[in-house]
Design a protein around this ligand. Structure first.
Ligand SMILES: C[S@@+](CC[C@H](N)C(=O)[O-])C[C@H]1O[C@@H](n2cnc3c(N)ncnc32)[C@H](O)[C@@H]1O
Length: 234
């Protein structure tokens, strides 16, 4: 609890006022990630390895932008910083817990932005020498905020990604399932809110809440998908 409060206080100062209402939730996610580091490890490793492998495929390595970089759990930041001239991390919240990792590199910068309105990617046109955009486990979180406009948010983001003029990698939660101890499915939901999703891409599961994480003797699993270049799959 004390650690969380410290991170909250240290992060508050440099967070632009309009994004401060999201600080507490970002700290909760970071703290959950610390507590569930074992259960989350396979998902994080999959995600990092997926992006790491794609670095080798990039012909040009000038600027890479990561959308939804958050606490940097699922990103191979070190490989990106070593291979690209400029790395831009974009999120509503950048916690102080990421400072040490980022400070090792002079070519990594942070931008505070709300990526939801109208596809939210117009700012990318102003970034020179942009070679690669990575949407990193952002979409479901972004769509969750407002159930009424969730589908619109999903469509806005995916369509904006498809229109970009550079390689556009997407890592996204497709759906969630909640099971009891007998393996019976108790609840499930479409995190794409009805948006048809192309076949293919890499698929894996994220044990978001293993047994014991909540008091109701259930486990929650997210089904994940990742596409190296969303423009050629959508
Ligand atoms: C599931 S977390 C994934 C974070 C990160 N990829 C990681 O390594 O764990 C989703 C991230 O999306 C960010 N996010 C959600 N809605 C957003 C929005 N409208 N604009 C910008 N970032 C947003 C959250 O702040 C959070 O960092």
């Amino acid at each position: 609890m004390l650690v969380e409060l410290k991170v909250l206080a240290a992060s508050r100062q440099r967070t632009p006022p309009e994004f401060r209402p999201h600080l507490a939730e970002a700290v909760r996610y970071w703290s959950l990630g610390q507590r569930q580091s074992r259960a989350w490890a396979p998902h994080m490793a999959k995600c990092r390895a997926f992006i790491d492998t794609l670095i080798d495929d990039q012909q040009s390595r000038r600027t890479v932008v990561v959308l939804g970089s958050g606490p940097l759990f699922d990103l191979p930041l070190e490989s990106l910083a070593r291979t690209f001239a400029r790395v831009i991390l974009v999120d509503r919240i950048h916690l102080s817990s990421t400072d040490e990792r980022i400070a090792r590199y002079g070519n990594v910068e942070r931008q505070w932005r709300d990526l939801a309105p109208n596809g939210g990617l117009g700012f990318l046109a102003e970034i020179p020498e942009l070679d690669w955009v990575i949407s990193a486990t952002l979409l479901a979180d972004m769509a969750r905020r407002d159930a009424r406009s969730a589908r619109q948010t999903v469509d806005g983001h995916l369509d904006a990604l498809a229109r970009l003029n550079c390689v556009t990698t997407l890592v996204a939660d497709l759906d969630y399932r909640v099971f009891n101890r007998h393996g019976v499915l108790l609840d499930s939901g479409d995190l794409m809110h009805g948006r048809p999703i192309p076949r293919g891409g890499q698929r894996w599961k994220w044990e978001v809440a293993p047994f014991g994480a909540t008091r109701d003797h259930t486990r929650r699993v997210h089904y994940m998908a990742a596409w190296p270049d969303w423009r050629t799959t959508s």
